[in-house]
Write a protein that binds this ligand. Structure first.
Ligand SMILES: [Zn+2]
Length: 160
């Protein structure tokens, strides 16, 4: 049995477009400014995908879903995560667990944590925890200009 860990980081700037939806962990957080990005800019899912791909040695999200490809314009990142999970399964990898930390001054994530965790666990078939911290009002995240997310993931493979 082989075990591998991976790490992912992502950051998106908040959008000035009042109609842009805020999607995090596959959940729509109503009443909050959305994030700029080619896809739906779900930083939680993007960091998680990069952690999973990194653990499996399969590159990163940009390799699999180029941001100049119109297919992924406003793409639902849940679909990207589903695709990453099937890539891993194709190579014999099983997700043991993953842990995500959201870096944001706003919005408060505690009311949405459980919904994100169950959504992500449903897609990945593994326990996924989501935590949040602020940046003490320092830097672009602390000033509310952007939101970041970090993830670590553990995979196991019985074929290797
Ligand atoms: Zn992203």
């Amino acid at each position: 049995m082989t075990y591998r860990i991976g790490h992912g980081f992502d950051l998106h700037r908040f959008s000035d477009d009042p109609n842009r939806k805020l999607m995090l962990g596959g959940v729509h957080l109503e009443g909050h400014r959305g994030l700029n990005g080619h896809s739906d800019a779900d930083a939680v899912i993007h960091a998680l995908c990069d952690a999973l791909l990194g653990a499996a040695g399969l590159g990163d999200l940009g390799v699999h879903f180029p941001d100049n490809d119109p297919t992924y314009q406003d793409a639902d990142s849940s679909g990207l995560l589903q695709h990453v999970v099937s890539l891993l399964h194709g190579e014999g990898w099983v997700i043991v667990n993953a842990d995500v930390t959201v870096l944001a001054e706003t919005p408060k994530l505690s009311p949405h944590r459980q919904e994100m965790e169950s959504r992500l666990s449903q897609i990945t078939g593994a326990p996924i925890s989501v935590k949040a911290t602020t940046m003490e009002r320092l830097g672009p995240i602390g000033e509310g200009l952007a939101l970041g997310a970090e993830a670590v993931a553990l995979l196991q493979n019985g074929q290797q």
